[in-house]
Design a protein around this ligand. Structure first.
Ligand code: RIB
Ligand code: CA
Length: 303
């Protein structure tokens, strides 16, 4: 399966990109960077660093620095650290970004691989909305869009109403769900059932000293946030769960519904079922232990 991950790395993004590199069913053909967990220039730098560390040689196209219609965006530094990789800083600039902006790259790849390309969006949906605005056939050209985002039947994580990726660009998300490609939404409804604990990271590092060790090192800051703020003994495999949903749908229980996103006011970023909208498949339950096991098995196989 040809896959592009649209990402804001980001600690769980890094885990998801490592998983995609290790998964035999996935042909990861590119990464597109977006603001969110960190500034977009750091998202693209981190994506280039990760693909190099994983021994890939794939393009990284840089995308949006802020949400549609909004000037500035405060990165989630309190969750992912000052440079997106926890307290691991001074990440080197490796290579350079693809000459195309992310939206143009997504449109071009969707045309080149018409009907075959899956796009997994694990950050704000700004680049996806931009691609849909740029090419009215983008939504038809891609095989599927899998989104890590939303909290449809459970509370949010940034506010009681909204999950971070949707919250960071509610307008873009609402535009995507107004005329969606074939879409699977992997929200907090399932990703908080895939907690990864300190012991899991340590075991991963022992099996995969290079990549697993790096993921353990960058996760310390993230685990501390989850414990101190969320009272949880582990962090959600949010983005990896979305990548796994690209190839392992039977692990998920899904319902079909249209979705509307609240785009203003106190409940901005809330994802609401809306029967008047085109249906998407919303994950309501997951084999959480199975996802954690699959993630570990595959990432542990990396050097
Ligand atoms: O709410 C979790 C999502 O927000 C994940 O994609 C995480 O990386 C952050 O972007
Ligand atoms: Ca992310």
């Amino acid at each position: 399966m040809k896959l592009i991950i649209d990402t804001d790395p980001g600690i769980d993004d890094a885990m998801a990109i490592a998983y995609a590199a290790a998964a035999p069913e996935i042909d990861l053909i590119g990464l597109t960077a977006v603001f969110g967990n960190t500034h977009v220039h750091q998202s693209s730098r981190n994506a280039r660093f990760l693909q190099h560390k994983l021994g890939l040689d794939i393009p990284v196209a840089e995308g949006a620095a802020t949400a549609i219609g909004r000037e500035c965006h405060a990165p989630s530094e309190h969750v992912h650290g000052p440079e997106g990789f926890g307290d691991v800083t001074d990440i080197p600039e490796i290579g350079s970004n693809h000459p195309m902006p992310a939206a143009e790259f997504l449109v071009d790849m969707a045309r080149q691989h018409k009907g075959e390309l899956v796009v997994c969006a694990v950050g704000p949906l700004t680049n996806i909305a931009a691609a849909m605005r740029l090419d009215s056939e983008f939504a038809q050209n891609i095989k599927r869009l899998v989104v890590m985002g939303g909290a449809v039947y459970c509370p949010g994580n940034v506010t009681p109403h909204a999950e971070a990726n949707i919250y960071h660009d509610a307008q873009a998300a609402d535009e995507v769900f107004a005329a969606p490609p074939p879409t699977i939404l992997v929200g907090l409804d399932v990703t908080l059932k895939t907690l990864y604990e300190t012991a899991d990271f340590q075991a991963l590092a022992e099996q995969s000293p290079h990549m697993g060790g790096f993921l353990r090192d960058i996760s310390r800051f993230y685990l501390k946030f989850y414990k101190e703020v969320g009272g949880l003994e582990g962090c959600g495999l949010h983005d990896s769960t979305a990548v796994i949903a690209c190839t392992h749908e039977p692990m998920f229980e899904m319902v079909e519904t249209g979705l509307t996103v609240v785009t203003e006011g106190e409940e901005i970023g809330a994802t609401r079922p809306d029967p008047s909208r085109p249906t998407v498949r919303v994950c309501r339950d997951v084999d959480g232990a199975g996802v954690v096991r699959l993630f570990t098995e595959r990432v542990a196989s990396l050097p």
